[in-house]
Design a protein around this ligand. Structure first.
Ligand SMILES: Nc1ncnc2c1ncn2[C@@H]1O[C@H](COP(=O)(O)OP(=O)(O)OP(=O)(O)O)[C@@H](O)[C@H]1O
Length: 761
């Protein structure tokens, strides 16, 4: 006993000493940061005081300096949770070259760095942190985690250690170092630092991070990014980076860290913005804090797929069959027809009557229909075809007037024609006719028109079946938009095009005012070039698009997202086994169309960091049913706690509530109760009063989220709710980091141990 106590005291004092060493370094870093904050403040003031006078070039330079110093200051002032989090101790490198961050660049050790008796000296120690800090002599005090010199911190493994001997994760709060965890990359080596043997503390940082209780927001993983993840994060942003991996393999985390990495690498290139598309608003708020914790804000927009269209936030869910009809590429054809058909709603005038050159001219319904057909030929946006339709109307009226043959001299004929056109286009009745006959259509108006079942039936003939028509029309009569409506609105915007706007009135000439001429002038329509320029300004496109949970995008959603990154590079992360879309092949085709022929680089993540082996094993039974033949990711840890099975007692409400309460006592963090979508509302009521550590979620809302413990309510009900139900159940079963309880109802056909049919061997 005494020997053990002695050993523990020795370990404690060793740990204390190592913490002290890191504390000293952190103190130096903060002193240097303060100096830099003063420098930045000085620069700002200095630049601001340089007065108003000066050449335009000098003023621009001053503004740029103030701007840069402002950003810098902002970053330095950011109170980072744990500013400094890592350290690597390295052997001497092959060549003696240093990179821009002041660190040696060689990945492999120099010959002779390891002596024959397996001893070696540490030649370089690097500290890794959220941003880089240099001392007065430009030696690195902290290396930015995204810098090339930090890569060995993430890449090095005992199998392929490179120059790294010891990898240390430093835990700190504010300015205080709380602990260190070491991993030895070359355990066979006896290494010396400044004459002392290198010490090793703890069992590694990854396990410490994974065991922590979860809150309602995601944490960054900078301190423990694993080698296969690091490869994705630092992959060059050429074309399309495609990442697949099972639940909990860190796809979302990797996507967020990649955004921060790309900005660090090439801030100028990504000034065009990075868009991260997330499946639900819940996942957006869960992940929102990660980028600011990595020192990045502003240039990255994280948006739910239902919030990509300005002014059309999705608040509703569609039933699976409605979602399937609205999301499939068949809907594109329906929308094209609807956009054209919407021109002819009930109040469209049946005839055109005008007076020109003192004669009454008329066009009847049939002629008007012919002109409309001609104008609509081709695929140009409907709102942009109005000038063409107007021209065709004038041609027909000109023909009718009989004036066409009056002059043989082309110049005179042209003059006559132009005064004929002016006569008509100035007439109120013609303008009113055009507005009614070729109204300017908005996406919302077309969607509203589709809510009429008979009309939709016409537009969707031979595309949707009558049952689908009925259900889709009914769903469009609700107040508010669903996620799938938003993709339809965006498509309609593309089909309709931005309407041609009248040019801004020119400055009024006093003479015009006298004569009132301005009012008599017909309003000139916007030219093609002006319109193109305006559209270019209004376009919402990004330099890089990251799609999270990409397996869930419907073909219509791929088209919507595709329009936001026509010239972008892409990172697409997903897991086909978790797809809630009924027809993954159709969606894959739409994805390929959205991404074009750009070359892809594929990565696979293989380790499950979220679920303990006990939960992962249970989930793999559903995976085998949902996607026979696919391989589950390997769980990295085990808790010894098996999933618990219970059967509904008196009422479902009571059983679920009791199970949630039980789990709240067993974990420190969050508990998620996952139910079929149709039970979302009641499930919230079941949990009333249990506090904010527990939440109720519909199965589709659970996407991407995680909890310390989960209660999955009636697997059969979740699986039966949609054609993709088994894959949705697989998602539900893989949300817990520690404990899982499955509640079975009668339809689950539980056995004597309460295990539902779907989860038995
Ligand atoms: N290298 C790592 N170090 C520490 N934690 C990690 C690491 N990689 C992943 N994690 C943790 O594992 C959990 C799962 O990560 P994430 O949500 O990114 O996985 P995912 O692949 O997107 O999962 P899903 O497909 O189920 O949504 C998170 O809590 C994340 O912080």
């Amino acid at each position: 006993m005494a020997a053990q106590a002695q050993q523990e005291t020795a370990l404690d004092s060793l740990r204390g000493r190592e913490i002290g060493v890191e504390q000293e370094h952190l103190d130096r870093v903060y002193r240097r940061l303060e100096e830099k904050i003063h420098e930045a403040e000085f620069l700002m003031n200095d630049a601001a005081q340089r007065g108003q006078v000066g050449t335009p070039g000098a003023l621009a330079e001053r503004d740029a300096q103030v701007f840069r110093a402002g950003i810098h200051l902002n970053r330095l002032n950011n109170e980072f949770e744990d500013f400094l989090f890592g350290r690597i101790d390295l052997l001497l490198g092959k060549d003696g070259k240093k990179g821009p961050d002041g660190a040696y660049t060689a990945v492999e050790p120099a010959e002779g760095a390891v002596r024959d008796d397996s001893t070696a000296d540490i030649a370089e120690t690097l500290h890794i942190g959220r941003i880089g800090v240099l001392d007065q002599d430009y030696a690195p005090l902290v290396i930015d985690w995204r810098a090339p010199a930090a890569a060995p911190f993430y890449r090095s493994t005992p199998v392929d250690p490179g120059r790294v001997v010891r990898r240390r994760v430093i835990r700190s709060k504010g300015r205080r170092v709380l602990g260190v965890e070491d991993d030895l990359m070359r355990p066979e080596l006896k290494a010396f630092l400044d004459g002392h043997e290198l010490s090793v503390i703890g069992d590694g940082a990854l396990m410490a991070a994974l065991g922590q209780a979860r809150s309602h927001t995601m944490r960054d993983i900078v301190a423990s990014i694993q080698a296969e993840q690091d490869l994705v994060i630092r992959a060059p942003a050429a074309s399309v980076t495609y990442v697949e991996g099972g639940p909990g393999t860190g796809k979302t985390a990797v996507a967020l860290h990649r955004a921060a990495y790309l900005l660090y690498q090439d801030r100028r290139r990504y000034a065009g913005g990075i868009l991260i598309v997330s499946p639900t608003p819940l996942l957006v708020s869960y992940t929102e804090g990660v980028l600011p914790s990595l020192g990045e804000e502003g240039q990255v927009a994280i948006r739910a797929i239902g919030s990509l269209v300005e002014g059309a936030e999705a608040m509703l869910y569609d039933s699976p069959s409605v979602a399937r009809a609205k999301g499939s590429s068949r809907m594109l054809k329906v929308l094209r027809k609807a956009a054209r058909g919407a021109l002819e709603l009930n109040d469209s005038p049946a005839r055109l009557r005008v007076v020109a050159f003192g004669r009454r001219l008329e066009l009847e319904a049939e002629e008007l229909a012919g002109i409309r057909r001609t104008a609509l030929g081709g695929t140009a946006p409907v709102n942009l075809l109005r000038p063409r339709a107007r021209k065709l109307l004038l041609d027909a009226l000109w023909e009718r007037s009989g004036a066409a043959g009056r002059h043989t001299d082309p110049e005179l004929a042209a003059e006559l024609r132009s005064s004929f056109d002016e006569d008509i286009t100035g007439e109120d009745s013609f303008i009113a006719f055009l507005d009614a006959w070729w109204p300017e259509l908005t996406p919302a108006a077309v969607l509203a028109a589709m809510a009429d079942e008979r009309r939709l039936g016409r537009w969707a003939r031979r595309i949707l079946n009558p049952g689908e028509v009925r259900k889709v029309a009914r769903s469009l009569r609700r107040d508010g938009n669903s996620v799938h409506d938003v993709a339809m609105l965006d498509e309609l915007q593309a089909i309709l095009g931005a309407p041609a706007r009248p040019r801004r009135k020119r400055e009024l000439d006093p003479l015009d005012q006298l004569t009132g001429l301005e009012e008599l002038m017909p309003v000139r329509e916007e030219s093609q070039r002006e319109r193109a320029e305006r559209l270019a300004q209004e376009r919402v496109e990004y330099a890089h698009v990251i799609v999270d949970e990409a397996q869930d995008l419907t073909p219509m959603q791929w088209r919507m997202v595709g329009r936001r990154g026509r010239h972008a590079t892409w990172t697409v992360v997903g897991d086909p086994a978790q797809s809630s879309w009924s027809d993954p092949d159709e969606a894959a085709q739409a994805r390929d169309e959205a991404l074009g022929t750009r070359p892809r680089r594929r990565f696979e993540l293989t380790v499950n960091y979220r679920n303990p082996a006990e939960i992962a094993e249970l989930a793999s039974k559903v995976l085998a049913l949902a996607m026979p033949g696919s391989v589950s990711p390997k769980a990295v840890r085990s808790t010894g706690v098996e999933p618990r099975f219970t059967v509904v007692g008196d009422t479902l409400a009571e059983t679920v509530r009791d199970e949630a309460a039980r789990l709240l006592e067993r974990v420190d963090g969050t508990v998620g109760v996952v139910v079929a979508m149709q039970r979302r509302e009641e499930a919230r009521r079941w949990l009333a009063g249990l506090g904010d550590r527990v939440v109720a979620l519909g199965s589709l809302e659970a996407k991407g989220l995680e909890y310390d413990a989960t209660v999955v309510v009636s697997p059969a009900e979740i699986a039966d709710e949609s054609p993709a139900g088994l894959r949705v159940l697989y998602v539900a079963l893989t949300r817990a980091t520690q404990q899982l309880t499955v509640v079975s109802a009668e339809r689950d056909e539980p056995d004597a141990a309460g295990v539902p049919d779907l989860l038995r061997d």
